[in-house]
Structure formats: C-alpha cells, structure tokens
Design a protein around this ligand. Structure first.
Ligand code: FES
Length: 309
C-alpha cells in the first residue's frame, strides 16, 4: 500500500449540496442518540462523490463538525481506507486495477502496463488531459473473473490488454461501455457456454423418464387393508369394546387383597420390630411370631363349636 497523505493543494471550503445535506441528516437519524459518529463512512463517501472523486481536508473538517467528532478521527478513517482518494482523480475515470494473486496470475501486470502507457507512468497521477488516473488495489472480490478493474462503481472483468484499451477508449469518447465480463460470457458462467449438464435428454420438456420399477407395489389380494387405508367405520367395528367393571368382580378382588394382606402380616419378620421382640422376651415366649387365627388361614375350616352339654 502506498503512503497516504493529503494532497498538497487543498481547496479552502466544503459544504454539502441541499440534497446531500438531506441525505446526511437521514443517515445520522438511523443511529441511536450518542452514536451519530457511526455515520462517518457513508457521509464521507458522499462528500467524496460530491467533490469529484476525492476527499479534501475541508470536507473532513466539515464531516467532523457535523458528527461532533474530532478532526483526527475523521482523518484516520479517510487515510486508512483506500476507497477514499486523497488527491484529485481523473474527470472521466479513476481506474483501480486489482493486483492480488488471482488477477496477477491472469494478467493484471499487462493491464497496469496499459495504464502506464495510456494514463500516466505512475499511479495517483492525472493523465495529461486530466481525464484519467489509475492505481493498483487489493482484491475487489471478482477473482473468478480475473483480471479485472473497478471504475467508479462498475467492474470490468475478464480483461485482456486489448479489451481494456477498448474500455478506456470508449470512456475517453464520452461513452459508457457495458460493465461486467468483456469476453462475452455471462457473469462467471463458463466461457463458450455450459460445460456440464449438456445432455439434452435431461431437458425433455421437463417430463421425467418413465419409471422402470413401480414406485408403490400393489397390495396382495389376500392381505388385509392397511391401517391407514382402512375406513374409519371399519376400524370402529373391529375395535374391542371397553367393558365397565362388574360390581361382583370388584368385591372378589377386594377379598383377595384382604387375604393377601393377612398372609403378609402372618409372615412378617418379628426381629425387625423391636417392640414386639421386647414384648416376647418379657413374657418368655420361645417364638415371637404371632400365630394366625384359624379364620385368617386360607382354606382352613372353622372349628366346630362343641355343643354345650
Ligand atoms: S484477486 Fe482480483 S478480484 Fe480478487
């Protein structure tokens, strides 16, 4: 990158035109209160456009006052970003030649030779008539169409020294050549037309080929209809009915639960109940297991009471 300094010859004043002043106010209003300095880039860019393609010291001071910034902060921005020009540029074209690797490998050096021959031997100098200037810049993001140049807001791509000279000649004549690829291709499509998917049968009116295997097999005649295909009424017919609980069965279940509970109490381990162990020791019992009553034993018959005599 070249050393970026302000041009030694500077105009004294700068002020936005009424329309650019409206633009500046609208741009500033997009930012929250206290963050107006964030609008410095678009406003400085508009100042450069109004000033014929470069920013003057007076323009930087004007923008700094507008955004309530110190001059040095605007100066830092204008001298850091190479999109801001610090010296007068050509009236008809300022040519920015990409010199980064892809463009360099594809002939950027030849384009620079054209600039040196047709504009000036040194970058950042005006042509004798003041209509053209040029510089080398870093990648401009159109590497797939290398080599390329940027002139104002348009890119000219896929250049050769001959087509580049033609672009410059057109501009010198006051015409605007068509931007984009200069070798006839569309955008970054292959030169000479498509190279893949060229089989015309692929584009048979959009009709897909007949399938050789049916996509969905027909169900066998004996197979029952699938669940999804079954009509809702049929599903209702085959659905099992939910029986309500019978009161008789509920009583039987309660009796069974009661018997189970009784057996569990009979088999309970007494050692796990200290109070029962202590009670057994106190009475001198050899076993602490409570013997179930005859009525609690399943299947046991009630002893017949002896008739009183
Ligand atoms: S290298 Fe030239 S545009 Fe990216």
């Amino acid at each position: 990158m070249s050393v970026r300094r302000l041009d030694p010859v500077q105009p004294v004043n700068f002020a936005f035109t009424p329309s650019n002043l409206v633009f500046a106010k609208e741009t500033i209003a997009k930012y929250p209160q206290g963050k107006q300095a964030s609008a410095v880039l678009p406003i400085l860019w508009r100042a450069q456009e109004q000033n014929g393609g470069w920013v003057t010291r007076a323009a930087m001071e004007y923008v700094a006052r507008m955004l309530d910034m110190s001059f040095i902060r605007v100066y830092e921005i204008a001298t850091f970003y190479t999109m801001f020009q610090l010296s007068p540029v050509g009236r008809k074209a300022h040519v920015q030649v990409c010199g980064t690797t892809p463009c360099m490998l594809r002939g950027a050096e030849d384009l620079k030779e054209v600039c040196k021959r047709k504009i000036h031997s040194e970058p950042h100098h005006l042509s004798p008539d003041g209509d053209f200037s040029w510089e080398e810049v870093e990648c401009l993001g159109a590497c797939v169409n290398a080599p390329m140049v940027l002139i104002w807001s348009d890119t000219y791509e896929d250049l050769t020294p001959q087509t580049f000279e033609h672009v410059l000649d057109e501009m010198a004549a006051g015409r605007t050549p068509k931007p984009g690829p200069q070798n006839g291709r569309q955008f970054s499509a292959p030169e000479g037309g498509p190279l893949t998917l060229t089989d015309r049968s692929l584009y048979n009116g959009g009709a897909p080929p007949e399938p050789t295997v049916p996509l969905f097999a027909e169900p066998a005649a004996s197979a029952p209809p699938s669940r999804a295909a079954r009509p809702e009424s049929a599903a209702d017919e085959t659905a099992p009915a939910i029986a309500s609980p019978s009161p008789v069965k509920t009583e039987e279940a309660e009796n069974a639960r009661r018997k189970t509970r009784t057996r569990a109490e009979a088999n309970a381990t007494p050692e796990k109940t200290p109070s029962r162990v202590a009670r057994a020791k106190k009475i001198g019992a050899t076993s602490t297991v409570r013997q179930p009553r005859a009525s609690e034993v399943e299947g046991a018959e009630s002893p017949e009471k002896e008739p009183k005599t």
